[in-house]
Design a protein around this ligand. Sequence first.
Ligand code: CMP
Length: 366
Amino acid sequence: MSALPFSKISAPLNGLLAAIGLMTVAALTASDIAGRTRLALELLLAGIWIIYCLQLTGTLFIQRTTDLRDRIPVIAVDVLAVLVPLAAFLLDGTRDQSLYCAVWLLKPLRDSTFFRLVGRVLTNEARNLIGVTSVFGIILFSAALVAYIIERDLQPDKFGSIPQAMWWAVVTLSTTGYGDVTPQSFAGRVLAGLVMMCGIGIFALWAGLLATGFYEEVRRQDFVRNWQLVAAVPLFQKLGSAALVEVVRALRPRVVPAGTIICRKGETGDRMFFIVEGRVSVAKPNPVELGAGSFFGEMALISGEPRSATVSAVTEVSLLSLYSVDFQMLSKNSPEIADIIRKTALERRGAVPDPPLEGNDTKSTP
Ligand code: CMP
């Protein structure tokens, strides 16, 4: 059997296989599962393991298109998914052989862009997160120390040493409050209140740092993607870097499938569109096709009148939308580009429609 199809297992299927494997591992821990049922479940695990072996072959020998550095996490996960259960199987006498298949928990991570995002956020925010964690550690130790001094004589079994008091400090600082250890003295209770408040503050700081980190990383990724798209539109190549940054922030990317009506004649227009890839058709008595690098929807934006024609996607089209308010900004910062857009709008308004063009629109593309 060729390993090729298994090297291309899709991310959802990978996740599904791992989920089935893990549920099987969980089921096998139940003591009432025995005999044939146990055998069937173990065979199921063996089947998944064989698929993972083929997938590993694919990862190592077939999918070599991407850079090795990018493939290292995927290779590591695939190798562990095969080797850990194999090692457990070969180690005679371990009664928890199937438990080692729990390493398949890593499988969904190999394809997940979300986990990569989490990794980048943690790396970017490492300094601040370590800072807050240090504060957490300092407060934790101080709380345990003070609680030990206050409570050790009253409850020697629970606060008899700093490590013992540390358990109370962790439970209180995290505001979990199991209630198994509680201070008896008035001073101890005041301390508990203070520790809880510090805990709330520290967790809020952690959450804030992570939320900001996610927001910034997602924005950065969007910016890089938009930059690449904007660079593909010749009109924007006239812009200086500062103006380009503004435009990249203002433009919203969108992909529409072939046949979609992007704007309808008579509608109010609050945005214009730049074509990055694909073709659209402007429904005029003699329809006009516009291709990559062209723009449309500018007439309604400039004149405030309703859309002059219906525009639909001939192929799948990658577009960048520019809203009215951002168009004003562009007009202010880059009058040259705004002039080209205005002139094109005027030409189109006065244009006697041409016969349909093949491929890109050459007449109305600036
Ligand atoms: P708007 O009127 O906002 O919406 C329809 C769009 O079709 C219009 O802006 C122009 O961008 C485009 N359009 C209208 N007439 C022509 C034409 N003759 N050639 C190319 N594009 C046109």
